[in-house]
Design a protein around this ligand. Structure first.
Ligand SMILES: [Zn+2]
Length: 282
């Protein structure tokens, strides 16, 4: 970053220049500035330090399925406001604002698509939509995606990115944990494979239900995964927590995950795993 020093020696001393956001992206981990086109080519993973930045639901769908093979389902399922909840902001307004920002109706995009010649049922959470929180609509879409896999005897893949259950819907959000888990139980009895991919972050009621109930549970490098937050745990048990606590690599080491897979390898890795689970030759 030598050229920053030049600005201090007289050319533009004292002038702070913003990076044009349409041309460059700055890594939030190592602060390296990268050409946006290189960034996109590298799937929003920093080429300098390997930090996996958040990707949208549609980006994961594009990454995991063949071009033009994805058929969206349940696109009309969107959050209701059963409790007429209001805190700093009305729940209804928060939902409308998230819908406008993301272009999605809820925090889950689901459907079917082809992955290396294998049809899969896919549900992907989008963290940009109210922190990927799980309300009734999100739980319903995930349960339906799992049920679709069960009905059609095709593998299911759920990509999680969530702050947990959505408080705006109270107990109705918590019920989604039981609802999704029940379908997974039926899938297991029927021998329909389910791969869960946990991305940064996956926490709360999502971790405590479908995200950790895959036949295979995998995560992206560095993903924060947990139930309660680090501060709450530290203050409850009154002990210092180890370095890297609640990160994917730590969880892998302690047996909570089956693999940590870089984003560029996800499609091939999951596809190979499905071929093993379904006895199908890729
Ligand atoms: Zn970086």
């Amino acid at each position: 970053m030598e050229w920053f020093h030049h600005t201090k020696t007289g050319i533009e001393s004292g002038v702070k220049r913003d990076t044009p956001s349409d041309l460059w992206v700055k890594c939030e981990s190592c602060k390296e500035v990268v050409y946006k086109s290189d960034w996109v080519d590298n799937l929003s993973v920093c080429p300098a330090c390997g930090h996996h930045h958040r990707a949208s639901a549609r980006e994961y769908i594009a990454l995991l399925t063949e071009v033009d093979s994805f058929r969206e389902e349940d696109s009309n399922v969107s959050p209701a406001d059963p409790l007429k909840f209001s805190a700093k902001k009305k729940y209804r307004d928060s939902v409308m604002s998230a819908q406008k920002t993301t272009g999605e109706k809820s925090a889950v995009v689901s459907g079917t698509g082809m992955m290396n010649g294998q049809e899969v049922s896919l549900a992907v959470m989008d963290f940009r939509f109210m922190g990927g929180s799980m309300g009734s609509a999100e739980g319903e879409k995930i349960a339906r995606a799992l049920q679709r896999a069960l009905d059609r005897k095709i593998p299911a893949i759920v990509v999680s990115a969530s702050g947990g259950a959505r408080m705006h819907e109270g107990t109705l959000s918590l019920l989604q944990m039981a609802k999704t888990s029940a379908v997974i139980g039926r899938m297991r009895e029927a021998g329909v494979p389910y791969v869960s991919l946990l991305t940064n972050p996956t926490t709360g009621g999502v971790t405590a239900s479908f995200a950790m109930l895959g036949d295979v549970n995998i995560a992206e490098p560095g993903a924060l995964i947990g139930f309660a937050g680090e501060r709450v745990i530290r203050e409850t048990i009154r002990q210092a927590l180890p370095d890297g606590f609640q990160r994917a690599e730590f969880l892998l080491k302690h047996g909570f995950l089956d693999a940590v897979v870089p984003r560029k390898d996800l499609k091939a890795w999951i596809s190979n795993m499905l071929s093993l689970l379904t006895d199908r030759v890729v």
